[in-house]
Design a protein around this ligand. Structure first.
Ligand code: FAQ
Length: 315
């Protein structure tokens, strides 16, 4: 088949909503875009364990500790499904981990903010998982098969995460004066960084147009961000708290909430490695990687032993 025919067959499949699978022919740029996005997504899940892991030893009760441990373990699982999906595009997990640890690979800006109080566990669950899930529900219909299938499983767990975050804040919002203040303070600090998770505005998004044509993304960054603002502005009423944006108000013409301008200088500064915790996150990842060397060596030695046993039996 000529290149033109291959491209046509590929685009026909996308148009007919047939998933692209690892062994199918695909344009090099489609492969690279998926690899970039899926590996960044995997890194986000893995680095995302750090700010929450910070509170496991200080959770206020055994029940809260068990829930938090389960949630952090879920994030690890999400990272692993996603690394496996990315590997189908012709890279190795080792290479992706090396790119993360060297600072070459990106991960979500949100995980470069510190978790200062217990209320942050609620705010991360409600706002960060809430933002993540809106994006990920869309990705359940993404055109690359392994990514879409990983997302279906991940979304089931994320919706539980969001509800547990909201419930954590609900308890604080009905508590003492100090607990209420802690709840409001966490919402104030996590609101704007959560809006940044959706990426630059559409006019600045370098990848969106092509990704939408290929149905990798089904909605633009601004569409998803608006959906998030509309959802949270309603949910926060149940908490009796406020969002740190005085310009939020219902717009009858648009049928959406208007909201204020994001600090894009702050967003790009965090993406470029200069956020409050970028350095700390990379140091933690590198330390864990070194300390886990013996585990990787032991697993490889065990796999080799098993392989030799099978070879001897076959002989
Ligand atoms: N942070 O052209 P676009 C979670 C980069 S998972 C850092 O619009 P695209 C679960 C972007 O990579 C959260 N960089 O890019 C959890 C690109 O740079 P490049 C992660 C960002 O890909 C919860 C450049 O800016 N979710 O939270 C960010 O079309 C709690 C231009 O941007 C995903 O990864 C950012 N926020 O759209 C875990 C979902 N935004 O690569 C633990 C999958 C943009 O060209 C605890 N990803 N950039 O050098 C996506 O849907 C997309 O990649 C977007 C960005 C929407 C994030």
């Amino acid at each position: 088949m000529s290149l033109h025919d291959l491209e046509k067959t590929f685009q026909d499949k996308i148009d007919k909503e047939i998933k692209i699978e690892p062994k199918d022919w695909m344009p090099e740029a489609y492969r690279k875009t998926n690899l970039r996005q899926i590996s960044q997504h995997a890194h986000s899940e893995i680095v995302g364990m750090l700010p929450e892991g910070n509170w496991i030893t200080r959770a206020p009760s055994l029940k809260r500790k068990a829930i938090l441990i389960a949630k952090v373990q879920d994030e690890a699982g999400h990272g692993l499904y996603l690394y496996s999906a990315a590997e189908t595009l012709g890279t190795s997990r080792e290479q992706m981990v090396e790119d993360l640890n060297s600072g070459k690979a990106k991960y979500s800006s949100i995980f470069n903010y510190p978790t200062l109080t217990w209320a942050d566990m609620g705010a991360v669950g409600w706002l960060v998982d809430g933002a993540a899930i809106l994006n990920q529900v869309m990705l359940c219909r993404t055109s690359y098969g392994p990514y879409a299938r990983a997302m279906v499983r991940i979304c089931k767990e994320e919706s539980f995460h969001q509800r547990q975050g909201f419930e954590t804040l609900l308890v604080l919002s009905k508590g003492t004066k100090e607990q209420k203040a802690m709840c409001q303070d966490a919402i104030n600090r996590w609101w704007w960084p959560s809006l940044m998770m959706f990426g630059p505005k559409d006019s600045e998004s370098t990848n969106s147009d092509q990704s939408i044509k290929w149905k990798i993304k089904r909605k633009t960054n601004d569409e998803l961000r608006q959906q998030f603002v509309d959802m949270i502005t309603e949910q926060i009423k149940l908490l009796g708290m406020t969002l740190p944006d005085e310009s939020i108000r219902w717009n009858k013409q648009r049928n959406h909430y208007d909201f204020g301008e994001i600090n894009w200088d702050e967003f790009w500064s965090v993406v470029k490695g200069n956020g409050p915790c970028n350095k700390q996150r990379l140091e933690a990842k590198n330390k864990d990687h070194q300390e886990g060397l013996w585990v990787r060596k032991a697993a490889l030695a065990y796999a080799e032993k098993k392989r030799l046993r099978v070879t001897v039996k076959v002989a």
